[in-house]
Design a protein around this ligand. Structure first.
Ligand code: NDP
Length: 246
C-alpha cells in the first residue's frame, strides 16, 4: 500500500485534546514523527507517553499560538529535532459562543487571537522553512462555521471564514511543492463547547451538538489529505455527522 505518512515530521497545534490529539495518535500510528503543541503541558506529556507506548514517535513543546515567538520556537523545535518539517496542522481553536448583544468583547478578541492570529503565526513560522526545503503542507482546521453563520456564532464564524480565506490565498500563492489543505468539521466530540460562558448559547449548543462524529473521524480526513501523492493537493474537506445537518 502507498504510504505517504511514514517518517513525515508533523507539527500539530491544539494537540492536547480533541481533534489535534486524535490526529497526533493516528498519524503516529501510521509512522509519522509527530510534534504536539498546546498550553496544557500535562496533557501533552500524557498524549506523548501514550503514543510512545504504542511504538510511535512523538515529542511535545508547550505553546500558546497567540504568541508569534512561541510559534517560531515550536516549529523551530520540530525542525531542529528532525531536520525538516513536512506538515503543519494549524488546529488550535476556541469557540466561546454568545450573541453579539452580550458584548463579550474579551471573548471576541480571544477568538480572533487564537483562531486567526494563531493560524497566521503557524504560516509565518512554517512558510520560510517549507519554501527553503521546496516541500511541505499546511493543514488548517476551519469549521462548517466557515461556510455559514448561526446566531451566537457570528464572531466564531468570522474567524473561520478568515481561516478559509487565508488558506485559499496561501494555496494560490505558494504552489511549487507546498500543499495547502482546509479541513472543516461539523459537530465533533471534543472539549470545544465546554468553555462557552454564555448560558443561552450553552443551552442552544446542547441541541445543536447532540449528534456528533468522533475526533478520530476528523483525524482520518487529515490523514487522507496527507497521504495523497505529493502532486495531489486536497484543498478542502467538509466532514459532518451523517445523521445531522451540523
Ligand atoms: P478542543 O477544545 O478539544 O481542542 C482545542 C485545542 O486547542 C486544545 O488542544 C487546546 O489546548 C488548544 N488551544 C486553545 N487555545 C490555545 C492557545 N492559545 N494556544 C495553543 N493551543 C490552544 O476542541 P477541538 O478538538 O474540537 O478543536 C480543534 C479545532 O477544530 C478548533 O480549531 C475548532 O474550532 C475546530 N472545530 C471543532 C469542531 C467541533 O465540533 N469540535 C467543529 C468545527 C471545527 P490547550 O487548552 O492545552 O492550549
Amino acid at each position: 500500500m502507498y504510504n505517504n505518512i511514514s517518517k513525515k515530521v508533523v507539527a500539530i497545534t491544539g494537540a492536547s485534546s480533541g481533534i489535534g490529539e486524535a490526529a497526533a495518535r493516528l498519524l503516529a500510528a501510521n509512522g509519522a514523527h509527530v510534534v504536539l503543541g498546546a498550553r496544557r503541558r500535562d496533557r501533552l506529556e500524557a498524549a506523548v507517553k501514550a503514543i510512545r507506548a504504542e511504538g510511535g514517535s512523538a515529542e511535545y513543546q508547550a505553546l500558546d499560538v497567540t504568541s508569534r515567538e512561541q510559534m517560531e520556537a515550536f516549529i523551530g523545535f520540530a525542525k531542529d529535532k528532525f531536520g525538516h518539517v513536512d506538515v503543519i496542522v494549524n488546529n488550535a481553536g476556541v469557540m466561546p459562543l454568545s450573541k453579539l448583544e452580550a458584548l463579550k468583547v474579551d471573548e471576541w478578541d480571544r477568538m480572533i487571537d487564537v483562531n486567526i492570529r494563531g493560524v497566521l503565526h503557524g504560516i509565518a513560522a512554517g512558510l520560510p522553512i517549507m519554501q527553503k526545503q521546496g516541500f511541505g503542507q499546511f493543514i488548517n482546521v476551519a469549521s462548517i462555521g466557515a461556510y455559514g453563520v448561526v446566531p451566537t456564532a457570528a464572531v466564531y464564524s468570522a474567524t473561520k471564514y478568515a481561516v478559509r480565506a487565508i488558506t485559499d490565498g496561501l494555496r494560490q500563492e505558494v504552489g511549487n511543492g507546498i500543499r495547502v489543505t482546509l479541513v472543516s468539521p461539523g459537530v465533533t466530540e471534543s472539549e470545544l463547547a465546554d468553555h462557552i460562558s454564555d448560558e443561552e448559547a450553552r443551552q442552544q449548543m446542547k441541541e445543536y451538538r447532540r449528534i456528533s462524529i468522533s475526533a478520530a473521524a476528523v483525524a482520518r480526513t487529515i490523514l487522507f489529505a496527507m497521504e495523497q501523492p505529493e502532486e495531489v493537493d486536497v484543498n478542502e474537506i467538509i466532514v459532518r455527522p451523517t445523521a445531522s445537518s451540523n
